[in-house]
Design a protein around this ligand. Structure first.
Ligand SMILES: Nc1nc2c(c(=O)[nH]1)N=C([C@H](O)[C@H](O)COP(=O)(O)OP(=O)(O)OP(=O)(O)O)CN2
Ligand SMILES: [Zn+2]
Length: 129
């Protein structure tokens, strides 16, 4: 069974090493979707949506909402690089949170615009490690 929780945040950025309009300063309302898989416990819960919210709000939204991403991220701020970074962050904090619970981060999807997203699955993440 898997559960997914969605978040939004607004940030400015510009792409480096890029020819086109996205080399200019511009902004997005990013949408972040976090999918976690596991067995339901006695209550019928895989992982509390509030726990996912705690991690994402503290470790991602608080750091990047209404900020200029190029000043904060040590890589080109493409959706691909960002989704990889967010996967690592969420995976780390989820492991700490759910020490005894058999649930796992399976997918993170980052919408940069309403028509474009990058996603990283557990399989792709593990293969990239
Ligand atoms: N593979 C990637 N391509 C592009 C990225 C990216 O992160 N990965 N990023 C950009 C820009 O940041 C841009 O803001 C988004 O590009 P695009 O989808 O072309 O934006 P539009 O507003 O033109 O979208 P439409 O829905 O087609 O109007 C560029 N490429
Ligand atoms: Zn952009």
């Amino acid at each position: 069974m898997s559960v997914t929780k969605s978040f939004t945040f607004d940030s400015a950025h510009r792409l480096d090493d890029y020819i086109g309009k996205c080399a200019n300063l511009h902004g997005h309302t990013y949408k972040l979707e976090v999918t976690i898989k596991g067995r339901t416990d006695h209550r019928g819960i895989v992982v509390d949506f509030g726990d996912i919210k705690g991690i994402v709000n503290e470790q991602i939204i608080a750091k990047y909402d209404h900020r200029f991403l190029n000043d904060l991220m040590p890589f080109n701020t493409t959706a691909e690089n960002m989704v990889f970074h967010f996967f690592e962050i969420i995976d780390t904090y989820l492991k700490q949170l759910i020490d005894n619970t058999p649930c796992r981060l399976m997918k993170v999807r980052l919408w940069e615009t309403p028509t474009a997203y990058a996603e990283l699955t557990r399989e792709d993440y593990d293969a990239a490690e």
